[in-house]
Design a protein around this ligand. Structure first.
Ligand code: SAM
Length: 230
């Protein structure tokens, strides 16, 4: 009981600190608030990144001078708006989403955010869509955000490596899962997907990476950040 109260209180403080950071440093305009709130009508309510995480993605894009961004998992387009604003009208964002309904909601939000012209939301299983991009021989992406179904993470990494260049950055969301990631016997397909992709990254001599735990409005989770060096 004491432990449960402590966890509850910690989570409340994490949320308060996130609110403070968002109010102080990040901010959201009407379009971002709308995108976040309209996610409630999608297939995975409240699964979008937190505002300070959206800003992190945008900062990383800015730091590497990203012009071309690939996203796995659009939902209502909240992270997509952050990425699209980061690359600007000279850039291009391709976001891959399974559910047509989510994609429709996202397109509306991208329109309201004024970024729809340089974003393509591609409907279908993300692995198929990504391999189609490989077949089409599209230009390499500078930045990839992997945030769709977790069991497919290894496949998404493989496709991302066919779609990037030396210097490209790949960010993978939800790699902590309340600590479950350390359970090497987990039967949870999402945990297995995360562990498998981290193993693949560790074995791949083309990649340098780290993973960071985060606490906040989205609970206890984290990102893997990967740079292609070869
Ligand atoms: N990146 C979004 C954001 O932060 O605003 C959140 C994405 S949400 C965590 C995951 C999304 O991946 C959902 O919209 C879900 O429908 C989509 N998804 C699940 N399985 C998929 C698949 N096989 N191919 C493409 N998208 C998939």
């Amino acid at each position: 009981m004491r432990g449960e109260i402590a966890v509850y209180e910690s989570e409340r403080v994490w949320r308060d600190v996130d609110d403070y950071f968002v109010e102080t440093l990040v901010g959201e305009d009407e379009a971002l608030v709308g995108a976040r709130e309209s996610g409630r009508g999608s297939s995975m309510p409240q699964a979008e990144v937190a505002p300070n995480q959206g800003r992190l993605l945008a900062l990383l894009c800015g730091m590497v001078g990203a012009r071309r961004v690939l996203e796995f998992g659009t939902l209502a387009g909240y992270s997509t708006v952050w990425l699209a604003r980061a690359v600007g009208a000279e850039g291009r964002v391709t976001s891959l989403e399974l559910e047509a309904r989510n994609a429709d909601i996202a397109r509306g939000n991208l329109e309201k955010a004024g970024v729809a012209e340089w974003v393509d939301v591609v409907v279908g299983p993300a692995a198929e869509s990504a391999w189609r991009l490989v077949e089409e021989g599209v230009e390499p992406y500078d930045f990839v955000f992997i945030d769709a179904d977790k069991p497919s993470n290894p496949e998404y990494l493989k496709a991302s490596l066919a779609l990037t260049r030396v210097g490209s950055v790949i960010v993978i969301d939800n790699v902590v899962r309340n600590g479950a990631v350390v359970d090497d016997g987990s039967s949870d397909e999402r945990v297995r997907g995360v562990r498998a992709v981290l193993d693949d990254i560790a074995r791949d001599g083309r990649l340098e990476a780290t993973a960071l735990q985060t606490v906040g409005a989205k609970g206890w989770d984290g990102f893997a950040i990967v740079r292609r060096v070869r």
